[in-house]
Design a protein around this ligand. Sequence first.
Ligand code: ATP
Ligand code: MG
Length: 137
Amino acid sequence: MEKTLSIIKPDAVKKGVIGQILTRFENNGLRIAATKKIQLSQKEAEEFYAIHKERPFFKDLVEFMVSGPVVVSVLEGENAVLKNRELMGATNPKEAAPGTIRADFAENIDANAVHGSDSLENAKIEIEFFFSKTEIL
Ligand code: ATP
Ligand code: MG
């Protein structure tokens, strides 16, 4: 069993599709081990996406991530990291496969509905960023 971190980004929260996205996880073998709605601070968003700090889109990415509340969740299941990435679809919604979360709910590469950990190693770091052990059940 693996655990991975999901973020439902501000665009999808504003659209009112939290339930629809969480249902996709549950319908595809990903159990919700923890979930909460939070407002990221500038500092938290910069730290979370620090890996991209040299990229030209970093400033816009951080601005977008603090533009409204997000829903962070720990998803658990077999191959959870890869399975979540498959359900999400490609980073650019225009390239995302039909039926994926980004194809169905995202507008563009900046506002792309969801984040998912890209490796087991990063999943562990990202889960610890948002949740204490006692919150993951
Ligand atoms: P995430 O990390 O949010 O799950 P991802 O792993 O599919 O997305 P990354 O390469 O990690 O994609 O990029 C992080 C985020 O930065 C993307 O979700 C997207 O919103 C933004 N981003 C990535 N590439 C670009 C780009 N070329 N132009 C604008 N924004 C981008
Ligand atoms: Mg990424």
